[in-house]
Design a protein around this ligand. Structure first.
Ligand SMILES: NC(=O)C1=CN([C@@H]2O[C@H](COP(=O)(O)OP(=O)(O)OC[C@H]3O[C@@H](n4cnc5c(N)ncnc54)[C@H](O)[C@@H]3O)[C@@H](O)[C@H]2O)C=CC1
Ligand SMILES: O=C(O)C(=O)Cc1ccc(O)cc1
Length: 365
């Protein structure tokens, strides 16, 4: 069946969804963005089939409308829907990181007979904009749907059939559960990352060399502090109660930790780290990892040309990489080269390839 999908907001998520959906025949992807540059780039890169010069006109032609805008904008735009002449069977959805306030806004639409099914792909990155969009972004990632409990099965099936093209794993939950769990694994960690960066900045005033020392661990734990501030302002505003609850729990945990340190009990301190390591090591990697990159750590000796040598072996076997970085380079110890892949399969091939051609150890974090 031919269908027109209208995506509003062509940044990282809207662009990735468009690219993911383009793999299915019979779908026409129409896009709109308030930023003219993003719109033109999306068309030029082939992310969308057609540019919508006017939101209302494009919405009237659409079978599915997706809001992939910052969550505050999504709520503003949802208010316009009852004033537009939409197709009778149109399904509206969104990709926002919060769901409670969006589903509250959707209650209003329900009174106008407009179908809205909330959505949130649990994949993304600290990058934003159309240039960061990738067709495979949602592959294997959880994609949460928050339909009203009385939503017609037929509508849900229609939306799921489309979204499954992205190869995401669709999960239905309530908006409340969604906002509670994402506060724990996504929203609150962004506050921690931002606060650690602020703490470094303060320290740096008295000890100006500190920043230079901010190497692997600090960079890993604060990567998400480089995310789009407008997006995170909106998420924090919309989920502030759950985030505040997490902050309370964290504060209590920090006090417990402070007590542990002041007691100076080696055994307890070791146990604290050991338990955390165990839990962290047991986290499912491909399923539910928010940032779905597949990193491989390679212990490479520090000699000229070693990196191009490793990359050369991978290239010869046609294993494509998405990123490359060095987390430690010191003369006396091995350097750790981190290679990122698009999929687990590519990473597994790389492990074999490196083992065949070198004696370097490889690790998966
Ligand atoms: N960045 C991430 O990793 C993830 C983000 N999300 C959610 O997806 C949504 C989009 O996020 P991103 O794509 O990362 O943001 P982005 O900043 O890359 O893209 C948002 C796009 O919306 C456009 N926009 C802003 N106001 C608009 C308006 N009034 N009309 C039309 N377009 C407008 C912007 O120009 C921009 O191109 C947000 O609600 C976010 O919470 C969900 C999962 C992951
Ligand atoms: O870069 C990361 O690890 C993220 O945290 C990406 C992300 C951002 C927002 C979401 O709602 C879901 C995923």
């Amino acid at each position: 069946m031919k269908q027109t999908i209208f995506i509003i907001g062509l940044g990282l998520i809207g662009g990735s969804l468009a690219l993911g959906l383009k793999r299915k025949d019979g779908l026409t992807i129409v896009g709109y963005d308030s930023n003219e540059n993003s719109l033109v780039t999306a068309k030029k890169l082939g992310v969308i089939d057609e540019i919508a010069s006017n939101m209302e006109d494009a919405a009237q032609q659409a079978d599915i409308i997706v809001f992939a805008t910052p969550v505050s904008i999504t709520i503003d735009l949802m208010k316009l829907l009852p004033t537009w002449k939409l197709k009778e069977n149109v399904i509206i959805t969104d990709t926002g990181s919060t769901k409670n306030e969006i589903m509250n806004a959707a209650e209003v639409l329900k009174h106008f007979g407009i179908t809205f099914i909330g959505g949130h792909p649990m994949a993304g990155s600290h990058k934003s904009g159309i240039g960061a969009a990738r067709a495979y972004l949602f592959e294997n990632a959880y994609y949460m749907l928050t339909p009203f409990v009385d939503e017609a099965e037929e509508n849900l099936k229609r939306l799921k059939d489309i979204l499954l093209v992205t190869k995401a794993k669709l999960v239905e939950i309530s908006a409340q559960e969604h906002d509670h769990m994402t506060a724990t694994v996504s929203h609150f960690p962004h506050l921690i990352a931002a606060s650690l960066v602020h703490q470094l900045s303060e320290e740096n005033k008295s000890f100006p060399f500190t920043k230079q020392l901010a190497a692997g661990g600090f960079r890993d734990i604060t990567r998400i502090a480089s995310s789009n501030p407008i997006m995170w302002r909106d998420i924090t505003m919309q989920n502030r109660q759950e985030i505040s609850n997490q902050l309370q729990l964290w504060t209590e945990e920090m006090l417990r930790l402070k007590h542990l340190i002041e007691k100076a009990d080696q055994k307890d301190i070791e146990e604290y780290f050991a338990q955390a390591k165990q839990i962290r090591d047991d986290l499912p990697i491909a399923q539910g990892a928010l940032y779905s990159v597949y990193d491989l750590y390679v212990d490479v000796p520090d000699y000229a040309g070693v990196i191009s040598e490793v990359i050369g072996y991978l290239a010869k076997e046609d294993i494509s990489i998405t990123n490359l970085r060095i987390v430690e380079t010191r003369e006396d110890i091995f350097g750790i080269l981190v290679i990122s892949f698009q999929s687990m399969e590519d990473r597994a091939k790389a492990v074999k390839c490196i083992a065949t051609h070198t004696s370097f150890d490889t690790y998966i974090a």
